[in-house]
Design a protein around this ligand. Structure first.
Ligand code: ZN
Length: 505
């Protein structure tokens, strides 16, 4: 930002203070963070977003992104200024139709609307911008925006929005979305929710329209541009489905299709276990260049590597499981990541049992035995892993063991009642680990503090695998002939899935 713009900001702030001076209102700047204990700068305070209208042009040649994002929000306090999270070069900002001064400062776009903002006031914020996202780095020197040979991937957790649209970038401020992207004719642009169609423009470009009508977190809003085969259909449950396959999947293309085309079946199976599917559309995208998979709302994206040993429905069960655990019920803070990864990983165990490749118990036994007591694996606490370990393998594997320990303790009937109660009561909102424990105790009628203390909050390997049958435990104790549980048929694929997901740190 130029010195001249900074001077303008100072003048505008002074004007705002003058306005409020005579009214004795406690107007102040909105907080630069949403209060996340792991990532204090993520998100902002002082307003609540209800809708994003993202209208962009993207040219794969040169990675050129430009356009306008219109944000509908409501002020939650009297404000002299407030922040959006954004890293790209901004051309102009309007707040309620009036030009607002702005300063870009290390990922914070600080806006000073003329005359300030009153608590409860509706805000229409229009930000115009243009930049080369792959060249833009955050304060850690990284960019999650991936330039590919034929387009780009705007996909990332916990952060991606700042590389393609300005936002209140924290899962506690969900909103609905229209994503509207023009690309050169012959290029595909894929995002979340329902596909509203494409419009040919007069300049040799085509505009793609996507709409998410249910509350959606900023990091779960994605954009994938390139050469894709798109398959549209209607699921047996009547939902629109859009799957997309990069034309660069090579020999993994058929294995990817044999997995992702089963999304509706896997969704239906999980519905029986955890409650009604919360969203308005389904689908999946397979692409090279991502390196992991991410549960973007209604449409997960999978790296082609998940399918290098043939079809892998476990990664699909994991990401579809996230639609309930992570997308509909989102973390209150990133410390609560077990609510996402522990449960999504446990959905793989349920799917394994369903298709006859190893029961959840066999998977739990094998997982428990996989890590020796002196492994650093047991030093990470799934219930509070720390900001550097949010995606550590322990959050997934030990996290799934914690879920299984609950199932064993309360029995199947109460266990599935807990899951269904949780996804219903917390639908479209945010939650903490402590709130899950409270629901589990209320529904089961049991005191479960000790169980969760052991599996989520205590370093070291718990003394026993949860629910291991007595005879198995005895034969293992008799060792050394048998020292580990037998490997379930599903394990190799689950292992591959977790290795790739864990690589995303
Ligand atoms: Zn996951």
């Amino acid at each position: 930002m130029s010195i001249r713009s900074k001077a303008t900001t100072a003048v505008a702030s002074a004007a705002a203070m003058t306005l409020f001076a005579g009214t004795a209102l406690a107007a102040s700047p909105g907080a630069p963070g949403a209060g996340d204990s792991y990532f204090p700068k993520y998100g902002n305070g002082g307003y609540d977003v209800s809708h994003y209208d993202i209208r962009l042009n993207y040219n794969p040649t040169g990675d050129q992104l430009s356009g306008t994002t219109t944000i509908l929000a409501k002020a939650t306090q009297d404000l002299t200024q407030f922040n959006l999270d954004f890293l790209l070069k901004v051309k102009s900002v309007r707040v309620n139709n009036a030009p607002a001064s702005f300063v870009s400062d290390g990922g914070e776009l600080v806006l000073t609307p003329k005359g300030g903002v009153r608590k409860g006031q509706d805000l229409t914020i229009v930000v115009s911008y243009a930049d080369t996202p792959s060249a833009v780095k955050d304060s850690n020197g990284i960019t999650p925006w991936t330039k590919t040979p034929d387009g780009a991937l705007a996909i990332g957790e916990p952060e991606i929005a700042s590389w393609w649209y300005p936002s209140n970038d924290h899962p506690t401020d969900k909103a609905t979305f229209d994503v509207n992207v023009a690309v050169p004719n012959g290029v595909e642009a894929i995002s979340n929710g329902v596909f509203l169609g494409q419009t040919r423009q007069i300049n040799g470009w085509t505009r793609w329209h996507w709409r998410s009508t249910k509350p959606q977190a900023t990091y779960l809003t994605f954009l994938t541009i390139g050469q894709f085969e798109i398959r549209q259909s209607t699921t047996p449950s009547g939902q629109p489905s859009v799957n997309a396959y990069s034309e660069r999947l090579g020999e993994n293309a058929d294995a990817a299709k044999a997995s992702i085309e089963r999304t509706a079946e896997i969704t239906e199976f999980l519905e029986q276990n955890v409650g009604p599917y919360p969203f308005e559309a389904q689908g999946g995208v397979a692409t090279p260049n991502l390196g992991y998979a991410l549960e973007n709302q209604t449409r997960s994206v999978y790296d082609t590597a998940f399918f290098r040993r043939g079809a892998n429905t476990y990664v699909v069960a994991h990401e579809v499981g996230h639609q309930w655990f992570g997308d509909s019920v989102s973390v209150h803070g990133w410390r609560d990541i077990w609510l996402n990864e522990g449960f999504a990983s446990y959905m793989e165990f349920l799917w394994s049992e369903h298709i006859g490749e190893g029961t959840a118990q066999e998977n739990a036994d094998y997982t428990y035995d996989l890590y020796p007591a002196d492994s650093p694996f047991w030093q990470i606490l799934p219930g509070d892993p720390g900001p550097a370990n949010v995606f550590d393998g322990a959050v997934y594997d030990r996290g799934a063991l914690a879920v299984h320990a609950l199932r064993v303790a309360v029995g199947d009937e109460k266990f599935f009642e807990i899951l269904k109660t949780w996804t219903a009561e917390k639908k479209f909102s945010n939650a903490t680990v402590e709130e899950f424990i409270a629901v589990a105790e209320r529904v089961s009628g049991q005191q479960l503090d000790q169980l969760f203390q052991t599996w989520l909050f205590t370093k070291g390997k718990p003394a026993e695998a949860p629910g291991r049958a007595g005879e198995v435990a005895a034969s293992l104790a008799a060792g050394p002939a048998v020292t580990k549980a037998a490997e379930p048929k599903s394990r190799a694929k689950i292992q591959l899935t977790h290795e790739l997901l864990d690589a995303h740190k």
